[in-house]
Design a protein around this ligand. Structure first.
Ligand code: FAD
Length: 401
């Protein structure tokens, strides 16, 4: 029987297995994960789950019975150690499994602060897995001092949870401003104000010299010589794609596992999807780190395994929850040279990104209409005169006609 083996039982791996069955693929499917939990969603890890608002079961992508009911062999807690693309076999534990098609959905790992600067002290955390967050949650006790290194979305979400739970929170960002890599200064200004209104101390343009403490972190020494006392530290300094397994198997790497537009890697019958994979877009390899991309790419791979021969057309979108603000992002802002701000009562509600006159992306803050209109315009390749968009008298819905 035709056997699809999927490495990585996360968002993309699960989506690929589910889609194969939805497409009536009747062969064998094995989904191998190195975590002990069944496939789960990560976004709540830095939001509702960290806050204690939802139970663990709400994270599962499917019910416990789903996998066996759909004849998907779920092998958990079993890291794949090697791939032999010539013999078409994967090795994990003391087992060895043959595949006809192999899907790499190994995700990404958080960057860690080096041990040489105290990154391995107790009380220093990253936020990627359920077990990361389960270990960290006991630290979130009112009155304690949390220092977050990195002012990206995950760091800012953890800061919001910390404040909601009554901690004293400082965010340290090395770049001149928070969200430097992912958003325009207007979006950063909005979130800086939101966090300061909630009593988060934000230090921008400030590096970390080292973490201080014998066995447990006690303070963060900043590049300007200041010392911030800390009961615990979260490093939210980005992720790197999990591509070592693929690389060791001789599969081509270019900002993650390189795929073509159909999701194929450089090795025959080997595909990749999700955070670990880069794909061609506008003449370069692009890697996206989002749920929407993980699902869409994995479903495309499933379709192509069953013979669809389709190219990937990304429809990027993302969200972030901080306090009472829901940020929704549509499109990709890379290469933007102009922004248009729409505001209500002096407060920005959406930031629109343009390259020349082409609409690229929108960040919408508690403005689902702006998100929806922007997403539809961007996905259909349409644009809107920036001056018309900037005019608050313009009804956004009228732009879709
Ligand atoms: P993952 O979900 O990471 O799954 C990969 C799996 O493969 C992991 O379980 C990994 O352990 C396993 N694996 C790796 N190597 C091996 C091996 N050798 N053998 C077996 N298994 C292996 N995205 C959004 O769009 N919106 C959000 O608000 C958002 N918030 C986020 C908040 C947090 C805290 C985090 C961590 C991520 C967030 N993301 C968000 C990103 C999103 O969760 C990821 O883009 C998505 O999970 C990627 O799916 P994936 O399947 O590629 O990787």
């Amino acid at each position: 029987m035709w056997h699809v083996v999927i490495i990585g039982a996360g968002q993309a791996g699960a989506a690929c297995a589910v889609k194969l069955r939805a497409l009536k693929f009747d062969g064998e499917i094995t989904l191998i994960g190195d975590e002990p939990s069944p496939p789960y969603q990560r976004p709540p890890l830095s939001k509702a789950y960290l806050l204690g608002d939802i139970e663990q079961e709400r994270l599962w992508l499917r019910s416990a019975d789903f996998w066996s009911e759909h004849r998907i062999n779920l092998r958990l807690d079993q890291p794949v150690l090697a791939i032999d693309t010539g013999a078409r076999r994967v090795r994990f534990g003391d087992a060895d499994l043959a595949y006809d098609e192999l899907v790499l959905a190994t995700g990404a790992v958080p960057r860690r602060l080096p041990a040489a600067v105290g990154g391995n002290l107790e009380g220093v955390f990253t936020v990627r897995t359920l077990s990361d967050v389960d270990r960290m949650r006991a630290e979130f006790v009112a009155g304690r001092r949390l220092v977050i290194i990195g002012g990206g979305y995950i760091g800012l979400e953890a800061a919001a949870v910390g404040r909601k739970l009554g901690l004293s929170v400082t965010v340290v960002e090395m770049a001149p401003r928070i969200l430097q890599r992912v958003a325009a200064s207007e979006t950063a200004d909005y979130f800086r104000r939101l966090h300061r209104d909630n009593d988060v101390q934000i230090l921008e343009g400030t590096g970390v010299d080292r973490l201080l403490g014998e066995t447990r972190v006690l303070a963060v020494k900043l590049s300007d010589g200041r010392e911030l006392p800390a009961d615990f530290v979260i490093a939210g300094i980005g992720i790197t794609p999990c591509d070592a397994l693929a690389s060791a198997a001789g599969i081509m790497i270019e900002d993650g596992i390189r795929t073509n537009a159909r999701g194929r890697t450089s090795a025959e019958n080997v595909w990749a999807a999700g955070d670990c994979a880069s794909f061609p877009l506008d003449g370069r390899q692009v890697r996206l780190e989002s749920v929407g991309n993980a699902i869409d790419q994995a479903e495309l791979v499933a379709a192509n395994i069953t013979g669809a021969e389709k190219d990937y057309v990304p429809r990027p979108w993302f969200w972030s929850d901080q306090y009472d603000c829901k940020l929704q992002i549509a499109g990709l802002n890379s290469g933007y040279d102009r922004t248009v701000v729409r505001a209500g009562q002096g407060v920005p509600t959406s930031i629109w990104y343009y390259a020349s006159d082409r609409l690229l992306a929108v960040d919408a803050m508690n403005d689902p209409k702006a998100f929806m209109v922007g997403k539809r315009l961007i996905e259909s390749g349409r644009t809107v005169d920036p001056d018309i968009l900037a005019d608050m008298a313009t009804d956004l819905k009228s732009l879709m006609r």
